[in-house]
Design a protein around this ligand. Structure first.
Ligand code: G16
Length: 542
């Protein structure tokens, strides 16, 4: 049996999980003791781990394998009975959630910095998911952070590295390491939710699609499900081989970073349907030929069509969206007579609603969509849901969304990101907005109904989360929301979310930047963006 070593250490400051786990540059994680301190803090904060099973895997980015070897040796030293690792250290975030739930493990550790770039000079990340399969709620992440601030030692076994590339079970310091197929359980779950026969028939009769895996984790999942199980032609999946640096790309499925896909979906002769997923497979972008579906609209359309998918044939219990997401899904919920929930940004806030059976579908403007089948957002789930709807309705993406707008009206929506701005300037900007007395003020053609800093009381467990984004809401329901990103690793990122409701179908096809121009100008003025950040234009517009 390998020897357990107790290593003395001193705390690192700033090991505070953000919107989704601890994300830092690789060179920060690679410092001696840095990862070890955090992992020990996790093990110390989640209860008795002796004899338990843990799921472990990541999105395959640079440092994934090294971190997995360390975590395995620490899990053994801390008394876990078994760790289930995805082959090659690969496990998409939704697949990890699925496996945790299926095998009822004591949660899992997911290694990813999601949509952030990978490589020796780029980002890495780690988070703990609870036995229900979702990201740890704030009470746990705060306990982990508190523990990192006082940690004095960690435990690790001295042993050779484990072979991660061969399926099967091996022993490490008395602990079992089970290397399993990261795709099989997930693919089986998808098959239980969607009408694979209808989708197969649609591909067979000529539906054409491109899926951009962006050289990230969904490559093997998409190839197995789309090309092997659903019969889409070889080549449907682009950039399908996961690479440690995502092929020098930025694995964020949006109009800017998924440019190869956007190009492929443009112009006559382009495929009918396009989709992309991010570094760890939980985000998605949906495109039709020459047509972009906003994540907020995607959630609304999928909710309105949910009963076409076998897994949701009996309807939805409720729809939840993050506060900055447009109110389009609320309109569907109202029509269906089911509750609409508004939570802070962060998938972890959906967990209690899903566990309590208060919601079935959830979504966020940040390219996240999912359901109660797991406790993470799920990129390929959204793609398959769209394929199911397309296969049954036999209409184009554009026709389906346009018909949706005609029925419900359109929540015209855009997000403007100012990335990598000075952190102090960003805090100052938010402070300035917090203090503004705006109620009743006329700004251009709009009158402010109220402004606040969004606070949320969880309806299930009563926990309160404050300072979740500044809302300026106008009397006609239009909104501007300001938030600082909780997932960046450099300086600060200001996000400005702009929304206006357009009931008139003759105006539904106006470009959102034009339709929202006056609100965009109001947002810039109110927040003094240029004066405070030096930026004249956003870095990314979605
Ligand atoms: C994470 C969270 C999401 C959140 C997103 C954006 O996504 O899981 O719930 O909406 O970050 O957060 P922010 O606006 O704070 O950057 P991911 O895909 O990065 O795990």
């Amino acid at each position: 049996m390998a020897a357990v070593k107790t290593v003395s250490t001193t705390p690192f400051s700033g090991q505070k999980p953000g919107t989704s786990g601890l994300r830092k540059k690789v060179k920060v994680f690679a410092q001696p003791h840095y990862l070890e301190n955090f992992v020990q803090a996790v093990f110390d904060s989640i209860g008795d781990v002796a004899g338990k099973t843990l799921v472990l895997g990541g999105d395959g980015r640079y440092h994934n394998r090294t971190a997995i070897q360390t975590i395995l040796k620490m899990a053994a030293a801390n008394g876990f009975a078994r760790v289930m690792v995805g082959r090659g250290g690969i496990l998409s975030t939704p697949a990890a959630s699925a496996v945790i739930r299926k095998y009822k493990t004591f949660g899992g550790i997911i290694l990813s910095a999601s949509h952030n770039p990978g490589g020796p000079l780029e980002d890495f990340g780690i988070k703990y998911n609870i036995p229900a399969g979702g990201p740890a709620p704030e009470a746990i992440t705060e306990a982990i952070h508190a523990r990192t601030e006082v940690i004095g030692a960690y435990r690790i076994v001295e042993a050779a590295d484990v072979d991660l590339d061969t399926l099967g079970t091996r022993s490490l310091g008395g602990m079992e390491v089970q290397v399993f197929d990261p795709v099989a359980d997930y693919a089986e779950l998808m098959e239980s939710l969607f009408d694979f026969a209808a989708i197969r028939a649609a591909f067979a009769s000529g539906l054409r699609m491109k899926f951009d895996a962006m050289h990230a984790v969904t490559g093997p999942y998409a190839t197995e499900i789309l090309e092997r199980r659903l019969g889409a032609p070889a080549g449907t999946v682009m950039n399908g081989v996961p690479l440690e640096d995502f092929g020098h790309g930025h694995p964020d499925p949006n109009l800017v970073h998924a440019h190869d896909l956007v190009e492929a979906l443009t112009g006559e002769g382009a495929p009918d349907f396009g989709a992309a997923s991010d570094g760890d497979g939980d985000r998605n972008m949906i495109l039709g030929r020459d047509f972009y579906v906003t994540p907020s609209d995607s959630l609304a359309v999928l909710a309105a069509n949910a009963t076409l998918c076998p897994g949701y044939r009996n309807g939805l219990k409720g729809i939840a969206r993050s506060m900055p997401t447009s109110a389009a899904p609320d309109r569907v919920a109202a029509k269906l007579g089911i509750p609409a929930w508004e939570t802070p940004t962060g998938w972890k806030f959906f967990g209690t609603l899903l566990d309590a059976g208060l919601a079935t579908f959830c979504g966020e403007e940040s390219f996240g969509t999912g359901s109660d089948h797991v406790r993470e957002k799920d990129g390929l789930w959204a793609v398959l849901a769209w394929l199911n709807v397309l296969a049954v309705r036999k209409q184009s993406v554009a026709d389906i969304v346009t018909a949706h707008w005609t029925e419900y009206g359109r929540n015209v929506y855009s997000r403007h990101d100012y990335e990598g701005i000075d952190a102090a300037a960003a805090e100052g900007l938010m402070e300035h907005l917090r203090g503004l007395p705006l109620k009743g003020r006329k700004l251009g053609a709009y009158t402010v109904a109220f402004n606040d800093d969004f606070a949320y009381t969880d309806p299930v467990d009563g926990s309160v989360s404050k300072k979740q984004g500044i809302r300026v809401v106008f009397e006609d329901g239009s909104r501007i929301v300001f938030r600082l990103s909780g997932t960046g690793t450099e300086g600060a990122t200001l996000r400005v979310y702009i929304e206006r409701f357009e009931p008139d179908p003759t105006r539904h096809h106006i470009d959102p930047q034009t339709a929202l121009a006056d609100l965009i100008a109001i947002a810039r003025d109110l927040a003094e963006i240029e004066a405070r950040t030096g930026r004249q234009e956003p870095t990314v517009i979605t």
